[in-house]
Ligand binder design. Structure first.
Ligand SMILES: [Zn+2]
Length: 254
């Protein structure tokens, strides 16, 4: 993967350099691939796909990058340690340039609620971007777990980006059968057993809830504009985030 400078107004786009014609896939709510949103966010445009974009896009969005070309020589960004901390550190190391034309930003002006199945997202006006996530799981290790953070480049890099992806030990056979987690190990995900966490240590006591904030942020990035508001997410996942993103983009006139 290579992250390249892009001109003002370009937005965030992926380019599959391994495919004939090097197709470009814009990162917007219009390119969500609805058939592949169960465990990860996949984007598709004119027969080209890019999957598991959410951790990279969360870092790009939280750090305030509006224009970027992401070259990939395969179907997904490197999964790394299942978090966004390495990418966030690399973007900060590379540095960012201010561009001349101002980007379009948006704000939640009145309370909004959105439900899909048993998941719900509410958004209320706020001077900052804040995300609160609640698990509504019966699992003894997740029950009552929640996290709430104002997203700034600083809080993102130190508190959200390091939170790793997680899965349940009971799901591993099915994930392998579906061709997922082929490069997976305890180094790239938190594995939650029936009563204990299989990894030796969590990075934060509420690491899974923080990772859900990371995932939500990555899907929110597909609005294509910075947004202010407090988002309260209960039982969210990529499918509900995708539907919410499309609804919110219309609501905000983006
Ligand atoms: Zn994730």
């Amino acid at each position: 993967m290579r992250l390249l400078q892009a001109p003002a107004g370009h937005g965030i786009r992926f380019q599959r350099t391994d495919l004939p014609g090097a197709p470009v896939i814009p990162a917007t709510t219009d390119t969500f691939a609805p058939d592949e949103l169960l465990r990860r966010t996949t984007l598709s445009h004119e027969n080209a796909r890019v999957c598991t974009v959410e951790h990279l896009l969360a870092a790009v969005y939280a750090l305030g990058v509006d224009n970027l070309l992401i070259e990939l020589d395969g179907p997904e960004p490197p999964f790394l340690d299942g978090s966004a901390v390495m990418i966030a550190n690399l973007i900060e190391l590379a540095g960012m340039l201010s561009q001349q034309s101002p980007c379009k930003s948006a704000a939640i002006s009145h309370p909004i609620s959105f439900t899909l199945g048993d998941a719900g997202i509410a958004a209320v006006p706020s001077e900052e971007l804040r995300i609160t996530f609640f698990f509504a799981s019966q699992h003894p290790l997740l029950r009552r777990q929640s996290a709430s953070w104002i997203i700034t480049p600083e809080t993102f890099t130190s508190q959200i980006a390091p939170a790793r992806t997680f899965c349940f030990v009971d799901e591993i056979d099915a994930l392998l059968r579906d061709g997922l987690i082929r490069g997976g190990s305890l180094a790239s995900a938190v594995v939650i057993g029936r009563k204990t966490i299989l990894n030796n240590a969590l990075r934060f006591p509420d690491e899974p809830a923080r990772h859900k904030i990371l995932d939500f942020l990555g899907d929110l990035a597909l609005l294509g504009s910075p947004v202010k508001g407090h988002f309260l997410v209960c039982r969210g996942g990529h499918r509900v985030n995708a539907a919410f993103g499309q609804f919110l983009r219309k609501e905000l006139g983006l």
